[in-house]
Design a protein around this ligand. Structure first.
Ligand SMILES: C[S@@+](CC[C@H](N)C(=O)[O-])C[C@H]1O[C@@H](n2cnc3c(N)ncnc32)[C@H](O)[C@@H]1O
Length: 253
């Protein structure tokens, strides 16, 4: 959430994060890759432009409008040759068994009714020796430098507890263990910001939290605006700090 357009709007911290994820996927010459919950296609654009050696990346999503936006972004010959988008439900992947070398499912599983079924599907469509990454943030791990600690805690707790499953990140390892991959390894990637600026994740997520908590009538808009102003002031003093943990499980079949 709050990071889907990291490539077209250029979020340097999220580009760094995706570089880390793609290194873990060990993308090789001729790889066929599946991205589950591709949204508006920034992962696909970043993947083929930074790893032109792959044969193909197929991005699937349940939302037709997002896929239509994604298709419009594909512009170069390389992108046209190597990127494909398909409308599909992650719980029922319409692919043969063992059809992908690599699979990634990032920031998507929280939105799916049967998250454990997606992990089974990932294993089914992955080739033997293939690598999959199941990733989600644990929103309870957010840390903002603040002079208003109890308000900050209230905001993080209410945001985490009012989404579909704000602490899903910590459940992924147990679910992946159940699916019996040959090898699984949990990894934490921390996004760290020392600046509260528009094209950084902390800024985007703080705005998103404000919008969500206001729309759910969980915290008054005025208190949230005050909180954003405090963050701005801390940044102006050069003392801003933010971190969040991304939980990843690397699964080898
Ligand atoms: C928060 S976005 C994640 C985008 C991207 N993977 C990232 O890491 O930034 C979640 C995406 O999952 C998609 N989605 C939700 N339920 C789905 C389902 N059952 N099958 C496929 N995609 C789904 C949504 O439409 C949305 O585009």
């Amino acid at each position: 959430m709050a990071q889907e357009n990291f490539y077209t709007e250029v979020y340097p911290d999220i580009i760094e994060q995706w570089r880390f994820y793609l290194d873990l996927l060990e993308l090789e010459e001729g790889d066929k890759v599946l991205d589950i919950g591709c949204n508006r296609g920034d992962t696909e654009l970043f993947m083929v432009n930074s790893n032109p050696q792959i044969a193909k990346v197929v991005g699937i999503d349940i939302d037709e409008l997002k896929l239509s936006d994604a298709s419009k972004k594909v512009s170069t010959e390389l992108e046209r040759e190597k990127i494909e988008f398909q409308k599909m439900d992650a719980c029922n992947l319409e692919f043969e068994d063992e059809s992908f070398d690599k699979v990634i499912c990032a920031e998507t599983i929280e939105w799916i009714e049967e998250p454990q079924r997606v992990i089974q599907e990932v294993k089914r469509v992955l080739k033997p020796q293939g690598i999959a990454i199941i990733q989600h943030s644990d929103f309870d791990t957010q840390v903002f430098s603040t002079t208003k600690l109890s308000l900050t805690r209230e905001i993080i707790n209410k945001f985490t507890d009012s989404g579909p499953d704000g602490t899903i990140g910590r459940k992924l390892l147990g679910w992946c263990k159940r699916v019996a991959f040959k090898e699984i390894k949990p990894v934490i990637y921390s996004v760290i910001n020392d600046s509260f600026k528009k094209n950084y994740y902390s800024y985007q997520v703080a705005q998103m939290m404000k919008e969500w908590l206001t729309s759910q009538q969980l915290i008054e808009e005025e208190r949230l605006n005050e909180w954003l102003e405090y963050l701005q002031r801390i940044d102006e003093k050069g003392e801003f700090f933010y971190s969040i943990n991304r939980n990843l499980v690397i699964c080898r079949k």
